[in-house]
Write a protein that binds this ligand. Structure first.
Ligand SMILES: [Ca+2]
Ligand SMILES: [Ca+2]
Ligand SMILES: [Ca+2]
Length: 287
């Protein structure tokens, strides 16, 4: 064991880092104290020592804080390593999740590509659809006849609902560049009979046609001055009878129409030209 001189107050540390203080009678003085050699100190591994000296003696090794600091450093390093390990594990986990999601995304894309390829193959083997043009809707307006006129057999017909005398009705037709109808065929009679029947409101609701014997009794002429063809007559019952019961001048103008339907198209009746009735106008189609 070696001896050393303790530093006085203010002398803090010897060459081993030992501090020694003695207080006696309020006086501080230097004193030789037993201490430890370097090897003993080194062997002590920096532990705290209490020297058996007289008086109050406090000894501590200055290397102990260094060891404690080293242990603290080691602990901090371990903590840091632990934190880093945790962070690394979290990063690896996140990376794994990302890779898994990417893998699933790639699989989904591959499925979509397969579906698209399959559809493309189907479409390539399918004949292109023919777009059918919609059929032309039936025209409610004739390009051959004016508004209100009905086309039939190359002619246009106007069924007037004005109740006028025979002469007034003819004037109305001519004002529209037509005339009272002239029936030239059985087909024309059939068409007119059907249309008039549908328009009649009652038994007497008949329509004027362009036939009259007003110039000479029983000499029937059409408004175009053609004579009546006896093979194309459609008199109803006992007509023409030139009945004078209502007008002493008899009956010189002709109407047509049987609300309940005409037998063999026979629907003509001679009546007074002054009676008010509806009428049928006729004119050629547009050129
Ligand atoms: Ca005609
Ligand atoms: Ca007559
Ligand atoms: Ca008559």
């Amino acid at each position: 064991m070696a001896s050393m001189v303790l530093p006085s107050s203010g002398e803090e540390e010897n060459q081993w880092g030992l501090l020694g203080t003695q207080q006696r009678s309020g006086q501080r003085k230097k004193r030789s104290l037993p201490c430890f050699t370097d090897s003993e100190l080194k062997g002590s591994k920096g532990r705290r020592f209490h020297l058996n000296c007289s008086g109050v003696l406090n000894l501590k090794c200055s290397k102990q804080p260094a060891a404690s600091s080293r242990r603290s450093g080691v602990t901090s390093e371990r903590v840091a390593l632990l934190v880093l390990s945790v962070l690394l594990a979290a990063a690896v986990t996140a990376l794994g999740v990302t890779l898994s999601e990417n893998t699933q995304t790639k699989k989904s894309l591959q499925k979509l590509e397969d579906v698209a390829k399959h559809l493309s193959e189907i479409l390539s083997g399918t004949e292109p659809c023919k777009v059918e043009q919609p059929s032309k809707p039936p025209s409610v307006r004739s390009v051959r006849c004016e508004d209100g006129w009905e086309p039939q057999g190359g002619k246009c017909y106007f069924f007037s609902s004005f109740s006028l005398t025979w002469t007034q009705s003819r004037t109305h037709c001519t004002s529209m560049r037509g005339d009272l109808v002239v029936i030239n065929s059985k087909e024309e009679q059939r068409f007119l009979e059907s249309r008039v029947r549908g328009k009649m409101e009652d038994y007497y609701d008949r329509f004027w046609i362009g036939l009259t014997d007003s110039k000479n009794e029983d000499e029937w002429l059409w408004v175009d001055n053609t004579g009546l063809n006896t093979s194309l007559e459609f008199w109803l019952g006992s007509n023409p009878d030139n009945w004078t019961g209502k007008n002493p001048d008899g009956e010189d103008c002709v109407t047509m129409g049987e609300k309940d339907g005409a037998t063999d198209l026979k629907s003509w009746n001679d009546i007074s030209c002054e009676s008010p009735h509806k009428s049928i106008c006729e004119k050629p189609e547009k050129a």
